[in-house]
Every structure is written in structure tokens, then in C-alpha cells.
Design a binder for this molecule. Structure first.
Ligand code: GDP
Ligand code: MG
Length: 439
């Protein structure tokens, strides 16, 4: 796989623009990465189609190679496909808010019921749980025990009463108790069947819930699309909770949920403990999905290659002290771009932890530098000495770019500092390749 990837991406590396033809191979790799991450095939197909359309004709930003740009487009689209932002739980205008949980057996509904109560309690909401799994006495005990653990009352009425009736009684009890949120746990089957759906429909009618959350095991593979579709069509869901993300699942189901139902994942379960429930972050999930394929390692590879090539080119310039504003701009832009890509793709080894604030700062600085370099004449860009020696030139650049003369002087000084720093590094490295700028 890796060698195939390398070949495809190496080919793309030399191009200036993304075309229908040159993205075929890389997109095939991305398709494979998504399938390996267990994203459902129809979803993968649609995704590849829309990303390809978006990518074709994308002009290449100076300092960013097309292959990297393609990865960026893919990451952005993944994030968008998963809803873009965190989707908050919705609360009813007048209490109680009712949350109905549904899903197959063993996915984590009962655990999530208690986790969710604990999660909401921390936000200052009073909760009550309703034990609706009447098929297994142990399921009721399990919820009662978990309820005690998180100190939330559980309404249980045994196994002899229909879930819809339990729901009605439980809701009445919740109203009496004036709780803010009622969470109903339900029974699941190993497979979707009509009896389960009919029962859920009835419960839903009785409860008129604000949220109907489908609990999905992150390990769910290709069958996620059919599963989500059926639940959504049959009972109508408002969102999903993805459980068992702490395992080594690839999480492709995350992509499928939103795509086939239009409903977001709202929360994720990351373990068996009560505190292991958190909001769903689409950007982190995109990183996980891409990281599971070879795409992320490709990104690293691409950066390495780029560093090498640019380093060779730079080496020559530095040796002759020719490192100029054009190089400066290219370098700075590259670093800033990598930063914003790192944010999307997740953390890239070797770049250290980059905070969003640092990235924003870097991007802002690049914009300021760009503005100043853009109004320089070609001679000035190639010969920074011209600016260093001439206050009128600096004044002209300041006026033309809307920056202060001090900012221009700083930029010029920075370039000379960089020359010195690079020359020193070259000496140390004795003809070795140049390390990246952040070192
Ligand atoms: P239900 O049949 O849908 O009610 O599923 P349960 O809540 O009984 O959970 C089934 C099993 O999965 C239990 O052993 C849980 O402890 C476990 N489980 C639930 N959520 C998670 C999770 O996020 N991570 C891990 N590792 N295990 C979980
Ligand atoms: Mg259960």
C-alpha cells in the first residue's frame, strides 16, 4: 500500500494545478484509506465524487504543493461531512427534556444512559433514568446500579409491563419530581427487527422526546449505513452517540451517520467509566479517520520531501548569501500552511504540539509580511540590502502596504537575522540538509 501511495503522490507533487487526471491516483488512495476506516462504500463513493469536483481546478497556493493541498481539501470535507462543529444537545423549552436512547444490543445504551445523566448533572441539570429494557432482568439491575453510582434516580417497573407503559409512568414520575432531564434506556436486539421498531415507535409516541439518540458502536463496519438509515426512517432520530471509541476501531461509522441521516453525532463514549462521555469533535474524528489510513503518514512524507528539495535550493542561496524576500515568503507561508493543516489533520509528529492560538498568530504574521513583500519591487525582493540602506524605500513599502515603517524595518531585520541563522546552521551541519524553520 505504502509504495502505491508514494508513487501516486510523488507524481502529483510536480504538478501546479489539481486536474481530473492527476488526482485520480491519490483519490484512489484516499478511497482506500476511508474503506479501511470502515466508512460505508456508498458514502465513500459520494465523498470521493464531491471532493474530486471540489479539488479540480484548484489553483495552487504559492508555497503549498498540490498534493498537500489535496490532503487539506479532503480533511476539510471530512470535517464538513461530520457536521463541521460540535452539535449540542437540545433541551425542551419547558422541563422535562426527554431523551430516548435506541440501538442494537450491546452497543452501550445502558452505560450511556447513566453516563449521560452524570454528564448533565455536572452541568447542573437534575436527571432521572427510566429502565425500559424489559427483556433482560439483568438490564434493569444494571441501570439501577449505574444510577446509584452516579446518584441519579432510576424508574424501574419490572419486566412484566410493556415499555410504552413504563415510559408513561416514568414520565409522570419525572414531572412529579420536577427533574430537568429524563433519559429512557431501551432494549436492543442483535439485529433490527420489526417488533423492536414497533415497540420503539410506541415509546416515542408516549414520550414525545426532544432527542432521539441512536447509540452506535464505533466498531460498526459497513453495515452502519443500513443501520442508521433504518432507525432514522422508522423512528426518526435527532442524532447519535458513538460508543467504544477507546477501542482500536477506525471510527468510519462517524462519517456514515451524518451522511446517510443528515443527523449529527452529538457525543462519544470513550470507556466504561461514567466520566467517559464527551462532545463529538468532527475535526478530531477526521484526523483519526485519515490517520488510520496511510494518508497521514503520506503528509509527513510529503513534508520531508519538500524540506529536502527546498533545502537544496536554499543551501545554494545561503552559501552565496542570496536568501531573499521571495524565499522568505515561501518559507513562512509553508510553515503557516503546515500549521493549519496540522490543525485539521491532527498532530503531525515532528511538529510538536501546535495550539490553535499559535496557528492563528502565525497566519496573521504571514498576512502582514505578505502585504509588505507584495509592494516591494522585484529588485528589492531579490536584494534586501536596497531596503536596509534606504529609508525612503522603506517608507514607500510602509505606505503601499498600510503598515508602519517600524514594521518594515523589523521585517528587513528579520530577514538578515534569518540569513545569519541559516548560515550558522549550515556550518554546523557541514553540507547536510537544512532543518526546517521551526527548529
Ligand atoms: P446495551 O446492550 O446497549 O445496553 O449495552 P451496555 O450498556 O450493556 O454495554 C455493553 C458493554 O459495552 C458493557 O460491558 C459496557 O461496559 C461496554 N461499554 C459501553 N460503552 C463503552 C465504551 O465507550 N467503551 C468501552 N470500552 N466499553 C463500553
Ligand atoms: Mg442495555
Amino acid at each position: 500500500l505504502t509504495s502505491g501511495l508514494e508513487a501516486a503522490w510523488t507524481k502529483l507533487k510536480g504538478e501546479d494545478v489539481l486536474t481530473k487526471e492527476n488526482i485520480v491516483e491519490p483519490m484512489r488512495d484516499i478511497r482506500r484509506a476511508l474503506l479501511e476506516a470502515d466508512v460505508s462504500l456508498p458514502v465513500v463513493k459520494r465523498f470521493i465524487q464531491s471532493v474530486s469536483e471540489e479539488a479540480v481546478g484548484t489553483g495552487v497556493i504559492k508555497g503549498v504543493r498540490p498534493d498537500q493541498q489535496l490532503v487539506k481539501i479532503v480533511s476539510d470535507e471530512l470535517v464538513k461531512l461530520m457536521g463541521g462543529e460540535v452539535s449540542e444537545l437540545v433541551f425542551a423549552k419547558s422541563a422535562p427534556t426527554v431523551i430516548l436512547l435506541a440501538g442494537l444490543q450491546g452497543v452501550g445504551k445502558t452505560t450511556v444512559s447513566a453516563k449521560l445523566a452524570f454528564y448533565l448533572k455536572k452541568q447542573g441539570k437534575s436527571c432521572m433514568l427510566i429502565a425500559g429494557d424489559v427483556y433482560r432482568p439483568a438490564a434493569i439491575d444494571q441501570l439501577v446500579i449505574l444510577g446509584k453510582q452516579v446518584d441519579v434516580p432510576v424508574y424501574a417497573a419490572g419486566t412484566q409491563i410493556k415499555p410504552a407503559v413504563i415510559a408513561r409512568q416514568g414520565l409522570a414520575e419525572a414531572r412529579k419530581k420536577n427533574v430537568d432531564v429524563v433519559i429512557m434506556d431501551t432494549a436492543g436486539r442483535l439485529e433490527i427487527d420489526k417488533a423492536m421498531m414497533d415497540e420503539l415507535k410506541e415509546v416515542k409516541r408516549v414520550l414525545n422526546p426532544t432527542e432521539v439518540l441512536l447509540v452506535v458502536d464505533a466498531m460498526t463496519g459497513q453495515e452502519a449505513a443500513a443501520l442508521v438509515t433504518t432507525f432514522n426512517v422508522e423512528i426518526g432520530i435527532t442524532g447519535a452517540i458513538l460508543t467504544k471509541l477507546d477501542g482500536d476501531s477506525r471510527g468510519g461509522a462517524a462519517l456514515t451517520v451524518k451522511e446517510v441521516s443528515g443527523k449529527p453525532i452529538k457525543l462519544v463514549g470513550r470507556g466504561e467509566r461514567m466520566e467517559d462521555l464527551e462532545p463529538f469533535y468532527p475535526d478530531r474524528m477526521a484526523g483519526r479517520i485519515l490517520g488510520m489510513g496511510d494518508v497521514l503518514s503520506f503528509v509527513e512524507k510529503a513534508q520531508e520531501v519538500m524540506r529536502q528539495e527546498e533545502a537544496e535550493d536554499l543551501q545554494k542561496k545561503i552559501k552565496s548569501a542570496k536568501f531573499d524576500f521571495n524565499d522568505f515568503l515561501k518559507q513562512t507561508r509553508t510553515v503557516a500552511k503546515m500549521g493549519s493543516m496540522a490543525r485539521v489533520v491532527g498532530m503531525i509528529p515532528g511538529m510538536g504540539k501546535i495550539t490553535p492560538a499559535q496557528i492563528r498568530e502565525a497566519e496573521k504574521n504571514v498576512k502582514i509580511m505578505e502585504a509588505m513583500i507584495e509592494v516591494m519591487t522585484p529588485e528589492e525582493r531579490e536584494n534586501p540590502e536596497l531596503l536596509a540602506e534606504s529609508p525612503p524605500r522603506r517608507r514607500r513599502v510602509a505606505q503601499g502596504s498600510g503598515k508602519t515603517e517600524q514594521q518594515v524595518s523589523q521585517l528587513v531585520a528579520q530577514l538578515f537575522q534569518m540569513r545569519v541563522r541559516m548560515k550558522n546552521l549550515m556550518g554546523v551541519m557541514e553540507g547536510g540538509s537544512l532543518p526546517s524553520m521551526e527548529n
